[in-house]
Structures are given as C-alpha cells and as structure tokens.
Design a binder for this molecule. Sequence first.
Ligand SMILES: C[S@@+](CC[C@H](N)C(=O)[O-])C[C@H]1O[C@@H](n2cnc3c(N)ncnc32)[C@H](O)[C@@H]1O
Length: 339
Amino acid sequence: MRYYGCKTKLLDYIEEVVTGLSLKKGSIFFDIFSGTTAVGKHFKKLGYTVYSNDFLEFAYSLAYTNIQTNSLPKFKKLSLSIDVIDYLNNLGGKIGFITKNYAPYRENKRQYLSIKNAMKVDAIREQIEIWKNKKAISETEYYYLLSSLINAISLTSNITGTYAAYLKTWDNRALKDLKLQQGEIFNNKMKNRAFRADANEIVNKYKVDILYLDPPYNSRQFASNYFLLELIAEGWFKKIPEIYGQAGMRPYEKQKSDYSISRKASDALLDLVMKAKAKYILLSYNDEGIISIPELKKILGTRGEVIEYTKEHKRYRAINQDGSKIITKEYLFLVKVKK
Ligand SMILES: C[S@@+](CC[C@H](N)C(=O)[O-])C[C@H]1O[C@@H](n2cnc3c(N)ncnc32)[C@H](O)[C@@H]1O
C-alpha cells in the first residue's frame, strides 16, 4: 500500500537491530504507530507476538486483518455459492456517496477515482455494511473485507501518494479496474492483537518486550492526508459526513496527532516514553523531523542509554530541483530500559 512513512524499505534494517537483542521466540513486539502494518507483519512472520495500534480506523482494519487474524475467514453464514471476494468483485456498480463526491460524476469535479471504480466502491462498501448489520459476517470477516477494499482503492486512486489533492489528469493506475484481492493471512500461532487508540493512552496498559515507535515526524496530519481511506473505513451510513473544500475533506479535528504539531511533539514523545512498560524502546525517525535529533536523544535518555543507528535512504518520490533523488538519514534509536 502507498503510505507516507511506510517502512517497507527499512524492514531488514529494523530486523537487524532487533535480532541483535536475542529475545526468545514469541516475545511481544508492540508496533504502536502501525500505519500499513508493514513492520508488524514482518515481525509476525519472524515469530514475535505482535501488538499493533493506530488511532485511525482504516489502519485498525489493516491491523485486525494482517496482525490479529491468524486464519482465513470462512464466511460460512453467508452461504454463497462462490467465493466472497469474487461475489463482491462481480457486483454491479452503484451510484452512491463516493461516486457523487469523489469521481467526476455529473457536476462533481473531484477525480480521486474513475466513475466505474467509484461505483464499484459504493456497491462493495454498502454490501459489506449490510452483511455487518445483519450479523451475517463476524468482526474478523468484516475487517478482512474492509482491508481488501482499502488496499484495492489505494492501488487505483488518482493521486501522487496522499489524498491531499487529486491529479488533474488520469494516472494509469487509476484507469485500471478496481479489484478486491484475497488477503494474505499468515498464522504465526501467537496471540497477536490489534488496537485502535491514542498511543499515549494505550502505552502503559501492556507490558511488552519491544516498544517500536514510528510516530509522524512532520506537520502533515495522516487523518487529512488519508481522509478518503478513513471515510471508506468509517462509512457514511449512520450520518452523511459533512465534506468540504476542493478535496472533499471530512472533518478530522478529533484525529489530529500531537506528533505532527511542532509545539506539542516533544512533550507527547516524552510522555509516551515515560509511560512505556517495555524492556526495549526502538524509535524510527529521520533528519527532516520536527523534533531535533539531540532533543530525541534527550527524551529517550530519560529511560536508559541510547544507541544510535543511521542509514541513508532515498525518499519516496522526492526529487531535488536538479533531478537527483533526495537522500534522508533514517535513524533508529534503541534504549534498553533501566529497571
Ligand atoms: C509514520 S506512520 C507509521 C508508518 C508505519 N510504520 C508503516 O510502516 O506503515 C505514523 C502512524 O501513526 C499514526 N498516529 C499518529 N498519531 C498517533 C497517535 N497519537 N496515536 C496512535 N497513532 C497515531 C498515524 O495514523 C500513522 O498511521
């Protein structure tokens, strides 16, 4: 999935540092800012018990499916004659909230999705909600289908990477037909868990071996940058969302992260670190973040000695004016928490 700050390219680097700790199989790895779950999925495969948390609903949906779920849902109650993913892919399209507001349908100008794909999204999302309300699918099945839809939308959205704006011309990926895929469920036989909470509120509720922190590091709020995925996850069935502006943004005041507000970020991190109940704290950050590196070290240093690892990383799609790729320094800070 395309996601700002996604750590897919840094997994080996993170693994190397964690493996160096020689923790026993099944140790608890808490990915408390989980986003796409790329990091949690990796450590789940390595045999850790993974706890995954993010305060956004679409990220929770991914965590529920990719982390907490250990076996492919069977959808027995639906009694369909074909596979549920094929069933949803074969639904005819429907003109609904997404088509009217996020595809260039009639007078609407926004083109996040093609009309055909937006109509599919409307039909599929509504069907999932109907099954949920009728209790024809379990919570696990609900999130499995929702995750599949979120991934499919991410692959066919007419954007450069975030939903802050749509492209004025059609990107090739947006012209492809939206298609749900079967989710990949990995069973690591551990009691993995998914949470949807503010990191600072949940951090002291669980004793863990590794607390992995990958907070937002710049002022772009994830709730606004990925508002369309959040809208899909929350749905528009109980109350039609009041959307506004050129992008058709949904209100996100309640989902603003302190980590993206320069005057609040350091205090938020200090509070998180102080409350952590972990043997080790591992923090990802980079040299373009709103908290300076010396400040980060000072915060982490309140819990023990800080070991610093750095790696140069070509940033996703970021290009200098001379055409060269922007290189950022990716930091990992490890703290063995003092008793
Ligand atoms: C840099 S991204 C994490 C990316 C993730 N490691 C990945 O590989 O996809 C930061 C995440 O933190 C979440 N977030 C921001 N503030 C939060 C908070 N206070 N509590 C919980 N999650 C938060 C955002 O929704 C976002 O998904």
